[in-house]
Design a protein around this ligand. Sequence first.
Ligand code: FMN
Length: 177
Amino acid sequence: MSKKILVILAHDDMKISRVNKRFIKELESCENVEIRDLKALYPDYKINIEAEQEAIRNANKVVFQFPMFWFNAPSILKEWMDKVYSLGFAFDVTKDGYQRRELDGREFMLAVSMGGHEAAYDGEYKSVDECLTPYIYTAKFCGMRVVEPFYTYRAMQNLSDEKLEELAPQYKDAILK
Ligand SMILES: Cc1cc2nc3c(=O)[nH]c(=O)nc-3n(C[C@H](O)[C@H](O)[C@H](O)COP(=O)(O)O)c2cc1C
């Protein structure tokens, strides 16, 4: 049985996206991939917690896909995590300490596009992993196995159409791994 993959897409506006839109198009034919575009589902930020938790229950691997916004994810992803990774679902606190719950054992992957160059994240700023520690630490805290991320740098005018076409199948392979 093939792995079931849940892509939580947190783009502010997919209508004006180029890179994330192309990557999502690459995944659309994959039967074992469920894509949830948070801004399209919840323009008012009123997350359907039950529906999101059910989507996680059905998945072996959870991917957070988003463009870097001010060295972080777009705000709807934080809202989603705050509501969906609830006490009792993500973990419990018992007299014996923290108990991992429904996220335990699932894979977690970050798939992030950056306007910045790779070199900028290796000198002037901290690495992308370090910028995004809240997502990585949360996954680990809840017992998820963090797998290799897919980071796309120079994801604005500097990324040619040819390069984007070259990256798209690589993206799909990384998500399906
Ligand atoms: C509000 C905002 C904040 C951004 N902040 C960053 C940033 O901190 N670091 C960075 O590398 N790129 C930053 N960018 C560039 C985006 O990450 C880039 O436009 C996006 O990854 C391109 O993907 P798309 O074509 O799917 O929209 C920012 C863009 C916007 C609109």
